[in-house]
Structure formats: C-alpha cells, structure tokens
Design a protein around this ligand. Structure first.
Ligand code: GLN
Length: 293
C-alpha cells in the first residue's frame, strides 16, 4: 500500500523527465507538449487577450454563465483517475483527474463541470463542442493527435497484464495462446492488436476483470495504476509487467484542435501543479486511499 503510493508518486514526479513514447514500443512522440514538459516552461499567453468563445457555433456556450464553467468530459470507470463516489471533488466524480480538472478550472476563475460518457465518445464530444476538454487518463498517441490537441503530460503509465495468481504468463509473448481481454478503445486494445493476438474487448474494466475472476479469460491488459486497483479489490490476481512489449505512455488533457487559448490555460495550470508537487501529492493520496479501503 505505502509501496504502491510511493511508486505512483515516483511515476508522477518523473513524468517531466521521461522520454515520451507512444504505446507498445512504437515511435517516440516528439510533441510540443512534451517539449514543454521536459523544459518545465509554461507556455506564454497574451495576458490581455479578450476571452473568446471556444466555439462560435456552439450556442450552448454562448451565454455569460457558460463562460464561467469549464466542461470536462471523462469516462468515470478508470480508478484511481476517475470514478463515481458517494461524494467526489466534482459532484459525484472523484479521482486524480477530477481533482486536477477542478484545480485547472479554479486557477482560471472557472467552475469545473463533468460530463461522463464512453471513452470512445470523448474526442467526438470535443469536436462537436459538447465538452471543452477531455480528462480521462488519456494516453497521447499519434492517432489521437490527429483528432485533438494535447496538453503537457501529467502522468506516465504503462500497460500491464493482470492474471490469476497461479498463471504461467510471465511475458507478453506468453499471451499468444491465451484468451485475452481488453477494454474497448483503450491503449491496451491497441497494444494487443499490434502484437497480433486475438482478444475480446469489453466496455468496462470491471467487466473484463469479472471475466478473468470467473476463469473465462486468462489475462486482462490495462493501464498500470488501474490494474493496481483491480488487483487490490479482487482476491487471487496479480500483475505481470513486460517493459519490452509495453513502453511508457503519457496521460494528457485533450482539447479541440486549434483551441490554443484553452490549451495555454490548461498547460499553465498543469505546469504549476507539476512544479509545486500538487500532481504527485494527488496521485499518492488517491492511490493510498484505494489501498486503505
Ligand atoms: N490510458 C488508456 C488510453 O488512453 C486508458 C484510458 C482510460 O481508460 N480512461 O486508452
């Protein structure tokens, strides 16, 4: 538990130094956002710039009231980053990302609002103006960068394999003749697809884990911190890592392509939170809370 929290804090602390790679060992990702993360330099914004509407065609956001809210889309099925709780930091939504979202909104004199939706719908919701930003433990990938612009990364993760304690799987290659479960649209699915193995995709992490617990599948491929939570919650499971098959991924916030004004605001707030240790503290706090349940 302490160990898990410490590991998470370390991951958060090292995010600014880690060389960025897209999932599954493909090409290095050399974005502007990553340069900012490495240098730790906040990007400049025009202080005097009049706040413009983020989307002129979006009548929903045309009222003065709407301008005081920042609507974050998420998929609250990804503990410890976002999940539904009896009382969360933003309405019923809790987790590291939710606390980060609240901080970003407040740093800009706004109120954070959350729209919970399927992970696969987030980038579309950005494009059509339903949400201002997506925060969902979302890994920056080359494909996603074609659909949205990403903030400075705030967390480094990797894909891991969750197996039964008595499993003989010790590496990704061992999955070749096993029944593999992934979650639809997650980078875990992309990784398994890249490895060329057949798999079954589930809508929710909990559904895939139930399949594993019930012996209907042999391995679930999912992000590291979320895997820790599932293994903690379910008896008889363990995590198997394979750094040669699954390289590091970086989580960042997505905004509509070209919305540099909002991206600058988000980046300033994230860079402040990375520099003053807020992000690392939140990570440790939420992961420790889960382990202490
Ligand atoms: N990091 C993974 C991805 O980007 C999973 C994110 C999530 O489930 N919220 O696909």
């Amino acid at each position: 538990m302490k160990k898990v929290a410490k590991a998470a804090a370390l991951m958060l602390a090292t995010v600014m130094m880690t060389a960025s790679l897209t999932a599954c060992g493909s090409k290095p990702d050399t974005t502007q956002a990553n340069d900012a993360a490495v240098s730790g330099q906040p990007q400049k914004t025009e202080e005097s710039t009049v706040v413009e509407k983020q989307n002129e065609t979006d009548t929903q956001k045309a009222t003065p009231e709407a301008e005081t809210t920042l609507t974050f889309g998420t998929n609250a099925e990804f503990p410890p980053f976002e999940y539904v709780a009896s009382s969360g930091v933003i309405d019923q939504y809790d987790g590291i990302d939710m606390a980060i979202a609240k901080n970003i909104a407040e740093a800009n004199g706004m109120t954070a609002v959350v729209e919970n939706m399927e992970f696969d719908s987030l980038l579309v919701a950005l494009q059509n103006g339903q949400i201002d930003a997506a925060i969902a433990g979302m890994t920056v990938t080359e494909d996603r960068k074609e659909e949205a612009d990403f903030s400075t990364p705030y967390y480094t993760a990797t894909q891991v394999m969750i197996v039964k304690e008595d499993s003989d799987i010790t590496s990704a290659a061992d999955m070749a003749d096993k029944k593999i479960c992934v979650i639809q649209g997650y980078t875990g699915e992309i990784c398994v697809k890249d490895l060329g193995y057949p798999y079954e995709a589930f809508k929710k992490g909990t559904d895939a884990i139930m399949e594993l617990v019930n012996g209907k599948c042999d391995v679930v491929v999912i992000d590291s911190a979320t895997a820790e939570k599932y293994v903690f919650d379910n008896q008889g499971l363990k995590i198997v890592e394979d750094a040669s098959a699954f390289e590091s991924e970086e989580y960042a916030i997505a905004v509509k392509k070209g919305n540099t004004e909002l991206l600058d605001k988000i980046n300033k707030a994230i860079e402040t939170m990375l520099a003053d240790g807020t992000v690392a503290e939140l990570g440790a706090q939420y992961i420790e809370a889960i382990s202490a349940e």
